[in-house]
Each structure stands twice: as structure tokens, then as C-alpha cells.
Design a protein around this ligand. Structure first.
Ligand code: PEP
Ligand code: MG
Length: 758
């Protein structure tokens, strides 16, 4: 059973397009279950119905045409109940709805299971049989299992909007929405430019060529060089390899013969496909065929074809890389875009960035935020290859990408982009004004930094110091640990740029989703693993170098504060303080005249919330990292799109935890700040201010918006709002209520883009 399942799933995943995938699915499931009919109905949101999309056993003319309302017939029943419906005689069920066009008259036994993805019904899979009989438990289990496995394929097609295109009788394609995670806030419209890693066949896009013979010429050149490469390899390997492996090279050379694979590639080029796309298609077809074979030896040959394809592709790309032209308004697209890839593109042309993988803390996302480029990461359903050169909208506020936008939708986004620009321009006048409420209550607004580029953007916006300098970022952009002197120079630049304001330097916070290529940490469960302070306490040689560099860098400026990440117990805080003290004594002995800096801890795990008082007794300040705190309190991975909707910093547990920490710090007379994303959201920032937080530290792009919000309210108003929401027990309700109240108070403009087109 398992083997059959594996085969079906693999075959379906390898199908050339969604239509063939659905057909295959119906065919293979019918065969595997020995039934007479297997059909797949998919939910069409636009028309609020289920459409028969594939069938093995019903009339083919009905496919793509027959549909049922969402509550109609047995299909509607399966969808409504979200569970299998297993009937020995469908005809006698009161909900049975006869569809004459399908020719289902003779089929009595009916088993339908919902195709579910992320809690939503995408469709219904049905098997039917002539006999009056009930499908048994194992048959039901099989269909449920296969439908669960295949739901991702269907979800992908659903999300990419390709499913119902052919049924759309309107004036073109329907808008398609692809959800990811916000990488950098902002909206942008531009044309997709696919950046793909070299020699990765799967990420080669479709492109049309006009000059066929020129393209064939490119292919020929690439083939000549690949043949040379294979011969070289064969020669080098000749001494050490056995005859069987040697034969592999001959096979490669035969496949490269102009009458073999290349002939098929050329045929596709003649149809207008560029050489890389044609090569991809030919290799894909052969790989699929080999993978389908029962003989394990022949199945293995798929790998050879793939490898050969990669080699030819590498040669083709080495020719084309030189003339890549970036349009004026480009949206960079890629599975993963590395920071160096980003740097190759002229900044003034980049409107937005979208990746299908990656996380908010990927190196590229950090750079994008520093450059203020609207970015969406992890939009995993985005069909990259079809997006090249297409008009795309990036909604970095919500973490969403839109393709085939209708003129109205596009207009809405153009409006948002204009509003954002004018809002920002209007906010500039606030630069030197204090962040204080109408009734004179002040709060400090600081910035989160990491790269050098952050400095100027922060100063332009009037930041009152740095609440979080993520020191891991300069570590991440190198290929080895930076030396003490290298670190001193980098830190000095930060400290000098913001002096006399304080700069809060967080000690190295790696692990979790932040990795150093030269210090790999491989764990099953990295967010619960070796992260933050745990790593540095285990590596005094790394920790001490960093501390000494920080201390030395602050000489004469005296604006350094040191902050410890991921503290879960007083022991860790004390151990770290011990190292700080030791480093301080050492640098003083070396002749540096430096006062002992303030030392604080981050409150970002539930344990430290409950230890806040004890920690506050030992350190000079607390800083609440709401990104991790929300993640750990709600048990929601902050980079997992699947559970993104559960990640809510307005959850009562999060709000009450923050209130508790602020109270505990106050009891000890210690300052408390917030440096997670929450601090940079105007609405949340007001609640934090009402809680009594002393400083808010955020991405420079948000600073003036937060300041504007603070300057438009009275303390009594936000305190009342806070007390109201603290009495509520539902995060969604809290968030909606806060938005409503602030909107009524005239702050709608500042909040609008957070809930764009919800
Ligand atoms: C946080 O967890 O809220 C935080 C500011 O740290 P980081 O996002 O760097 O983990
Ligand atoms: Mg953190």
C-alpha cells in the first residue's frame, strides 16, 4: 500500500502541468482501488461551486463543465461536513443530485473525501462503483491518505490561479494571490526578473526567442564545451575507475550526440523556446520516464540525465550571464536570493523582492530592510517560472504577492504606494520633534541596526540611539569570524555615528534561523536548541573577543550598553556578567580608560518573563524581544507560513506577559524597552507606551510613523484603550478593536497599510 502511495504521489508530482496531474491522480487512484470511477471536483471560490476537473470512468465531455453549488449534492455534503461520506447506494441518499451529463447512472456505491489544505476544503475526491456495497475501512483510509498527500499539489495550482483559467470567460486571467511572510514593509509594482542559481534546471523560466538560429548556435557552443568537459573528466578518471563507471562517460557522450538529446532540444527551440527552457523540458521528460521505470538500475539513469542537463545548462548560462538586462522597475524573484545576487542589480531599478523560500531573518531580508525595499519571503506557491517578465505586485505589509491584478486592484495599490510616499514625505517634519503625547508624556524612540546602511537612514529619521544593534549581522556577511580589531572598527562606527545617544549592542545571537556559514549548527529543532547566549557561554573565546572589541570601541564615547540575548535563567545572566567584567578588567589593564557599561538582558522566552524581577535585580535594564516572545508563548514558529495566521502579538498572553515584565522592572527601578517588531507598529507602540515602557526600538522605516501616532494621542486615551483590551480574551478581537478605536481617533492613515485589502 505504502509503495503504491509513494508511486502515485511521485508520478503526480512529476506531471508536466496541473491538468495532467489531476488526470493521472484520477487514473492511478481508480486502478489502485480497483473501482470503476475516480473523479476530482475542485472548489472554485469565484463561482462558489465545485467543478468536475478530472474523471476516470465518467464521461470526458463533462470534465471542466459540470459543476455543483457548494451545498449541492453529495459533493457539497462532503465539503460541508469536511469528512468522508461513504454510501452503499448514493441514489437513496436525500442529498443525491443526479448529473445526467456525467453518465453516472449505473454507479451506486459512493465514497467521497474532502481535499483539505491548511484547514480549508479545496475539493472533493470521489470513487464510485456499480455494485451496491459499502467501501471498507482500508479503502476509506487509502483515499483519505492519498487526498491528504495530494492536497499540496492542488493547493499550489489553486494558489497560482492556473486551475480555472480555461473556464474563465471574463476578459482575461483572474488575479492570483500568493501568501508568504513580510520581509520588509512597503508596496511595489514592477516586472518580475527571475534570478536563478546557476545550473539549476528546475528554476529556468520560459522565454521566447526570435532569432532561432542564434539560439541554436548558443546550444551548439554549449554542447561542444560540455563534450570537452566530459572527455576531460573521463581522462582524469581513467586511472581510478572501473570499467562500469568508465562506460558512464561513453553514455554521456552518446547522449550528447547531435541526433540524441540535442535533436529534441533543437526541435523545441524551433518552436520559439530559448535554449535553456528547451533543455529543461527535454531533460524533464527523460527524467520522468526513467523515474517511472520499475528497474532500480534504470531509475538511477534519471540522475545521469539530470546531471548532464545541468552541465549543458552551466555552459549555456556562462554565455548568457553576461547580457542580463534589468528593466527600469524590477521585482526580483527567486527561490532564495543571496545578498550578493541582490548587490549585482542596480539599486534604483529594484522596486521589490520576492522569494519562495527563506525567512525574515535570511541575510537577503536583512539587507532588503536596510535598503527599504518592499519584500515578501517564503511565498512558496508562487510559480516562479511563469512570473518572469510579468507584472507583479508586492505587498510587503501583509507578505503577499499578486499576479494578473485587475485594473481596479492595480489602481488600489498605486494609490497605496502614492499614499505611503506622501505620508513619509509629510512625516519628515517630525524628525527633530520629541516623541511625546499631546499631554506631554515622552518616550524614547530608538532604532534596530545591523548594517552600516542602517546608520544614515536612522539618523535621517532622528533616532534617539540604538535599542538593538544585531551584532550577528556583521558576522553573517563574512566567511569567518571577524577578528577583535575588525569588530572594534565596525562597532566604533556605530557608536560614533550615534554618540552621544546610547547604542545597545547585543552580543552574538546565532542559532535558530540565524546561521553563520563558517559555524554551522545543525539541529532537529533549532529554535529550542543552541541559540543566543547558550552558544557564546559555551565559546568564551568568541564571546571574550566580542566583548573586548565592544569595550575598546566605546573608548572616549562612553555610550555603549551591552545586551544579552535568549536569557532563560539568572545563572546565564550571571555567567555572562562575569565574562563582561573579566573583559572590562582586561581592557583596562591594557590601558583603555572605559567605564563599566550598563548591562541588560532580553526578555524573549516565557521563562524570563517569570524571572523578570530576579533578572532586573541583577542587571541595569530589560529589553523585551517580542518577536521571539510571541513565538515561544504561542508555540508558533515565526518563519512558518503554515502557522503565520496564529502569530499574533495582540494575543492576550503576549500583552499580559509584557505588562508583567514592565511592572517587575518598575518594582526594581530598572528601565525597560521593547525591541521586537511590535515596537515599530504604530497601534502596538501606543499600547506599549501606555504600559509604561521607557523606550521603543524599531526598524528605521517605521520610526516617524510611530512618532506621528504618539503625537496625536493623549496618555489618558491610550491608557483607557489598554485597560479595555487587557480585559479581553481574544487576540483577533483585540487587534480589530484597537484599529477601530485608533481609526475613530483620526489615526487611520498611519495604520491603513497594515490591513491593506484584508
Ligand atoms: C526579538 O526576538 O524580538 C528580537 C528583537 O530579536 P531577533 O528578532 O533578532 O531574534
Ligand atoms: Mg530574538
Amino acid at each position: 500500500m505504502l509503495e503504491t502511495l509513494r508511486r502515485i504521489v511521485q508520478e503526480v508530482n512529476n506531471a508536466a502541468d496541473i491538468r495532467s496531474a489531476l488526470d493521472l491522480m484520477a487514473k492511478r487512484v481508480r486502478d489502485a482501488m480497483g473501482t470503476e470511477v475516480c473523479s476530482i471536483y475542485l472548489r472554485n471560490e469565484e463561482d462558489q461551486c465545485y467543478v468536475l476537473m478530472a474523471s476516470e470512468g465518467l464521461k470526458q465531455e463533462a470534465v471542466g463543465h459540470v459543476s455543483l453549488g457548494l451545498a449541492e449534492g453529495l459533493i457539497g455534503q462532503v465539503g460541508l461536513r469536511e469528512e468522508p461520506v461513504n454510501l452503499e447506494d448514493a441514489f437513496s441518499h436525500p442529498k443525491f443530485h443526479y448529473l445526467a451529463e456525467t453518465g453516472e447512472d449505473p454507479f451506486h456505491a459512493f465514497l467521497g473525501v474532502p481535499v483539505m489544505h491548511h484547514g480549508k476544503v479545496l475539493g472533493v475526491m470521489v470513487v464510485q462503483q456499480r455494485d451496491v456495497r459499502r467501501f471498507d475501512q482500508s479503502e476509506e483510509a487509502f483515499l483519505v491518505t492519498i487526498s491528504a498527500q495530494l492536497s499540496a499539489v492542488i493547493a499550489h495550482a489553486h494558489a497560482s490561479g492556473v486551475l480555472f483559467d480555461q473556464l474563465d470567460t471574463g476578459d482575461g486571467l483572474l488575479p492570483s494571490f500568493y501568501d508568504g511572510l513580510p520581509g520588509c514593509p512597503g508596496a511595489a509594482i514592477g516586472y518580475g526578473v527571475l534570478l536563478f542559481p546557476e545550473a539549476d534546471l528546475a528554476s529556468v523560466p520560459d522565454r521566447h526567442v526570435e532569432d532561432i538560429s542564434d539560439e541554436i548556435g548558443r546550444l551548439d557552443d554549449a554542447l561542444v564545451r560540455t563534450r570537452h568537459e566530459v572527455r576531460d573528466l573521463a581522462e582524469r578518471a581513467s586511472k581510478s575507475l572501473g570499467t562500469e563507471e568508465q562506460a558512464l562517460f561513453d553514455v554521456y557522450l552518446r547522449m550528447l550526440d547531435r541526433h540524441a538529446l540535442p535533436a529534441e532540444v533543437i526541435a523545441l527551440i524551433r518552436e520559439g523556446q530559448w535554449a535553456q527552457g528547451a533543455l529543461r523540458d527535454v531533460v524533464d521528460t527523460h527524467v520522468r520516464n526513467f523515474e517511472m521505470m520499475d528497474d532500480p538500475y534504470l531509475r538511477e539513469r534519471a540522475a545521469d540525465v539530470r546531471d548532464l542537463g545541468r552541465r549543458v545548462l552551466a555552459q549555456l548560462q556562462s554565455q548568457s550571464r553576461r547580457h542580463i538586462v534589468f528593466p527600469e522597475e524590477c521585482i526580483l524573484l527567486g527561490e532564495d536570493i543571496s545578498a550578493p545576487m541582490l548587490m549585482e542589480v542596480p539599486r534604483e531599478r529594484i522596486r521589490g523582492i520576492v522569494t519562495t523560500r527563506g525567512s525574515r531573518n535570511s541575510h537577503m531580508a536583512i539587507v532588503a530592510r536596510a535598503m527599504g525595499i518592499p519584500t515578501v519571503v517564503g511565498a512558496q506557491n508562487l510559480p516562479l517560472k511563469q512570473m518572469d517578465d510579468k507584472e507583479i505586485i508586492v505587498d510587503g505589509f501583509r507578505g503577499r504577492v499578486v499576479a494578473n491584478a485587475s485594473p481596479e486592484l492595480k489602481k488600489q495599490f498605486e494609490e497605496i504606494i502614492r499614499e505611503e510616499a506622501s505620508l513619509q514625505a509629510g512625516l519628515e517634519k517630525l524628525r527633530d520633534l520629541p516623541a511625546q503625547t499631546e499631554d506631554g508624556n515622552r518616550i524614547q524612540l530608538q532604532v534596530n541596526t545591523g548594517l552600516m546602511t542602517d546608520i544614515s537612514r536612522s539618523l535621517e529619521r532622528g533616532a534617539e540611539g540604538v535599542g538593538l544593534y544585531r551584532t550577528e549581522i556583521p558576522f553573517m556577511v563574512r566567511d569567518r569570524f571577524p577578528s577583535e580589531e575588525e569588530q572594534r572598527v565596525i562597532y566604533r562606527e556605530q557608536l560614533a555615528a550615534f554618540a552621544p545617544h546610547m547604542v545597545t549592542m547585543r552580543t552574538l545571537d546565532v542559532g535558530g534561523d540565524k546561521s553563520l556559514s563558517y559555524f554551522p549548527i545543525e539541529e532537529e529543532n533549532p529554535f529550542l536548541g543552541w541559540r543566543g547566549i547558550r552558544v557564546t557561554l559555551d565559546h568564551p573565546e568568541i564571546f571574550m573577543v566580542q566583548l573586548r572589541a565592544m569595550l575598546k570601541a566605546s573608548e572616549g564615547l562612553n555610550n555603549l550598553r551591552i545586551m544579552l540575548p535568549m536569557i532563560t535563567s539568572v545563572i546565564e545572566a550571571e555567567d555572562a556578567q562575569h565574562f563582561i567584567h573579566r573583559a572590562w578588567l582586561e581592557v583596562r589593564e591594557e590601558g583603555f580608560d572605559i567605564p563599566m557599561p550598563e548591562v541588560g538582558v532580553m526578555i524573549e522566552v516565557p521563562a524570563s518573563v517569570y524571572q523578570a524581577r530576579a533578572l532586573a535585580q541583577r542587571v541595569d535594564f530589560l529589553s523585551i524581544g517580542t518577536n521571539d516572545l510571541t513565538q515561544y508563548l504561542l508555540a508558533v514558529d515565526r518563519n512558518n507560513r503554515q502557522v503565520a495566521s496564529l502569530y499574533n502579538s495582540y494575543h492576550p498572553a503576549v500583552l499580559h506577559a509584557i505588562v508583567h515584565v514592565v511592572e517587575q522592572a518598575r518594582e526594581e527601578g530598572k528601565k525597560v524597552s521593547v525591541c521586537g517588531e511590535m515596537a515599530g507598529e504604530p497601534a502596538a507602540a501606543l499600547l506599549l507606551m501606555a504600559m509604561g515602557v521607557d523606550a521603543l526600538s524599531m526598524n528605521a522605516s517605521n520610526l516617524l510613523k510611530v512618532k506621528a501616532a504618539i503625537r496625536q494621542v493623549k496618555m489618558c486615551f491610550i491608557r483607557k484603550l489598554l485597560s479595555e483590551v487587557l480585559a479581553m480574551d481574544n487576540g483577533e478581537v483585540i487587534s480589530a478593536y484597537v484599529d477601530l478605536q485608533l481609526d475613530k481617533a483620526g489615526l487611520g492613515d498611519l495604520l491603513r497599510n497594515r490591513k491593506v485589502l484584508a
